[in-house]
Design a protein around this ligand. Sequence first.
Ligand code: TRP
Length: 360
Amino acid sequence: MSVESLVTRITDQLVRLSQVTHADVATAVELVTDLLGSAGQRPLAAGPAWDSDVSDDHTPVEFSLAFDPAGPPVLRILGEAAVTDPASPADLTPALAFLRRQAARHAVSMSRLERVRDLFTTDRPQGTFGMWHSLILRTTPEFKVYLNPEIHGVARSVPLVQEGLGRLGAGAAYRAVCEQALRPGEIGRGDRLTFFALDLRDTDTARIKLYVSQHDAEPADLARAAAVVPGADPAEVVAFCESAAGFAGPYDRRPIISSYTFVAQAARPVGYSVYVPIRSYVADDRQAYDRVHTLLGRYGFDTDRLEAAVAAVTSRPLEDGVGLVAHVSLRIGPPSPGVSIYLSSEAYGVGVARRRIPAH
Ligand code: TRP
């Protein structure tokens, strides 16, 4: 009998998820297999090779579905390349090696990454990660990288991001975010700079994104975070967070995350998304499922796809754990709003359900 490995588990999930999303399964499996390297071949029973922060049980892969008004949702994989030295998880070497291998096969533009890479390079990386990948499984795969602004320590994150965005032509828009959107005195404190992300393609639409984790956010903080972006409706963001979390804040468990999208030479960010770590605000996955179902319906998306996606990832009863539905996000502003759902693989474990709190 064959032993189930990390990669066989993820492959099974991808085969089923591609039926819901029409992603090309062969490409998806090939990419994940390459990304995970030797860690993918480990038997599941051996446990995770390193404590990846991609997901709560340390599976170095998380799935997400970006719902699309025009067709099936787009499947994306957030993944971390096999860490070679668990004592130094933020070392960029394996992640860069993955990109170089993929650049030989797919359209991967390294030019913007090369313009900022030195800022994130150090012999003594700090934090839980150095680089993560998003594999966006459209007809041809697209690649995005997440870099860690805190790689030289939390205190250095603010100047690091300022320099990185400045080099990419987004210095003015970043200043607008700092001055108008984040909480005064909290940048790099309550408002932590969590991810610096780049689309690795060479088109006018290639994005630069900054993710800010807003600890203990009140609704007014979230409204302010959104208001800086032209076309974003602060009230919509506040209502979305309240529906996803089940109450009106302050959100004092895992932080709500705001992301800003920048393009070169724009005076303000051109896009805004908000991510609710719904798993921290529910008792179990049934409750999370019901809430995201309601949100998808409210935005006019096909909720049958949600049901199918969840069934593709797990067959366990949703009441029996928490964390399968890890996040739900709202992308707002033109051309149209979009909702994305993040699903854990649960390769290594399932979070323990909490007792339901009666509605008040
Ligand atoms: N697991 C981490 C967290 O929950 C990072 C992460 C994974 C994340 N997927 C995400 C953060 C989606 C925001 C949105 O924070």
